[in-house]
Design a protein around this ligand. Sequence first.
Ligand SMILES: Nc1ncnc2c1ncn2[C@@H]1O[C@H](COP(=O)(O)OP(=O)(O)OP(=O)(O)O)[C@@H](O)[C@H]1O
Length: 664
Amino acid sequence: MPPLSSPPSGLPRLCFVSYRHIRELAMPVVAEYAQRARIEVVDATFGDALAVAQDRVERGMADAFVSAGSNAATLRAGLQAPVATIHLGGFDLLQALIRARRVADRVGVVMYGQTIPELDDVKDLLNIGISQHAYRTPDDARRRFETLRKEGYEVIVGSSLVVELAEQAGLRGLLAYSLASIRKGFDDALELARVARLEAGRYEQLHSVLHNLQEAVVAVDREDRIIAINPPMRQLLGKPDALLRRQTLGDLEPALSLRATLASGRQERAIALRFGQRDWVVDRTLIREHGDIVGAALTLHDASAIQAADASLRILQRRQQHTARHTFASLAGRSQAMRTAVATAHRYARTDLGVLITGESGVGKELFAQAIHNESRRAGRPFVAVNCASFPESLLESELFGYEEGAFTGSRRGGKCGLFEAAHTGTLFLDEIGDMPMPLQTRLLRVLQEREIMRLGATAPLPIDVRVIAATHQPLESLIEQGRFRRDLYYRLNILRLALPALRERRDDIPALILPMADRCLKRLGSSLDAATALGPWMDALRSYHWPGNVRELENLAERIAVTLAQYADARDIPLDALVHDCPELFNAGGAGPAAGRPLEQRVRAALAQAGGRRAEAARLLGVSRSTLWRWLAELDPGAAQAHPHHGFLQGQAGRGAAINGNE
Ligand SMILES: Nc1ncnc2c1ncn2[C@@H]1O[C@H](COP(=O)(O)OP(=O)(O)OP(=O)(O)O)[C@@H](O)[C@H]1O
């Protein structure tokens, strides 16, 4: 794990891990680089060298190391930090051999790593005997040296360690390195330190993100060993950083192991887990480098925080639901009854008084309430609608007034905001007010009078600014008579009264209501039929129907009619009895017996009569083409219409007063 200190600043820090002879040779270079780096020089070999270097890494004291020969190899193998190597160049060795030639005609060469075959060529050139050896460990070096000593070699060329051994044995030792190679090693170390600092800066950024996360996070390498961990996770595991470092997560806490994730290469998100007597939502993700899996990370999200976020999201969504979409412009219909209702509602919108909307189910009471709200000074504020008939008493009470935490068994933590509170500064639409139980009527009355609400289980009231629009399809007066509705509440709600007419009382609005709806449905079904053309033949039936469900029923019927009509590509192909099966209510009206399109038949008769038997005129009156009229006539009296247009049904019509001119 990289050190958790602050990002490095100032000169890069190098640690030169050397041995006496190379250190002495390198001192002028160390002095040269003093302006460019803070350099610590440490004399140590093998295991000692590694221990010292590890200590510097852990204390964050070195950005890079520089070393030669076996030391460099040891540090590279054991250290998780950049190491630059002072390489032994061929020219370095040549120079050392030239120096050796001056004092001896044969020389032993002992170097770390491998022997150099090319030296055999050089020995003829320099006219010198060379015995070459390579070593891997200090003991190995010692053995090689002893061999040479026994063989009578007096001059030994090699690494610091070898020169030391030669001197101890009273022989001549010559260091094979040159200043140029040492400089090159320091240059490499500076570059490595620069890159390491860049990476450390990046790591620090990630580290501070990781450490500021609320979630508990741990990352492991490919062997499930911990490589990074943040304070919440450390706290959860209950161990200090030093004890967690490079520990295997699965051994430490089998429940958190990432071995399966690493083995399967499959990430997992939002898995529920019970750990440390708490519930968590867990993510297991893979860490990749250049596409290869190099580790995995485990993130534990506190389940209660997620639940709280979920609750506040729901509140947000609910708040968004608490808006009024409709305005007076969305109210279809220009009948006199409608115009009167709209004008009254307009006037009410300018006040801030309570409104009682009466009317049958589906006449548009909520639509009007929304339009009043959107026209009032409360527009843009919450519009909260609640149907008093759709909740049992206890639930309606807590829906309307909310409750404090612990108000009753099973009450939610933090309590619950009631609809009155949700509607604060806006409008509360209480639909089916006649169905409100008496005890709640009493509470409602108090709220309307005091302008404050008391949550269930609360000790202090909350001031509230809400306009109440109530609606009922039941005559409240008779409910009062039956003792089912409080008279005082009725007076309070009934300040402004808006009575909406049933659809059958404003039949003129039917085309304006149904045609746009049917057009929308046809379009949605992918049909290009024009609703006005397609529905023309049935408009009378639609107008004469008594619409017990008012506009809501009309909406549903428009939907059903569109499904039927959408089967036909051309309005002229729609058979006379197309709707008889799917919309029987339209044709059963008035007890007309067998449905068979009778109202239409009557209309055809009437049109023919009105047109004096002229089919072109009758078709125009009916709003259909001549061929459609002809087809209908044929359907109504097949035999006669096909063969003898002047006979049968047609004749009958003529006989009843309409002269039909079959030659038209
Ligand atoms: N004038 C109108 N123009 C367009 N659509 C209307 C009109 N009146 C009512 N509607 C539509 O009819 C449906 C029923 O309207 P609304 O819910 O307002 O009726 P309601 O009287 O409140 O019914 P209920 O008493 O059953 O709750 C709604 O989908 C509404 O959009």
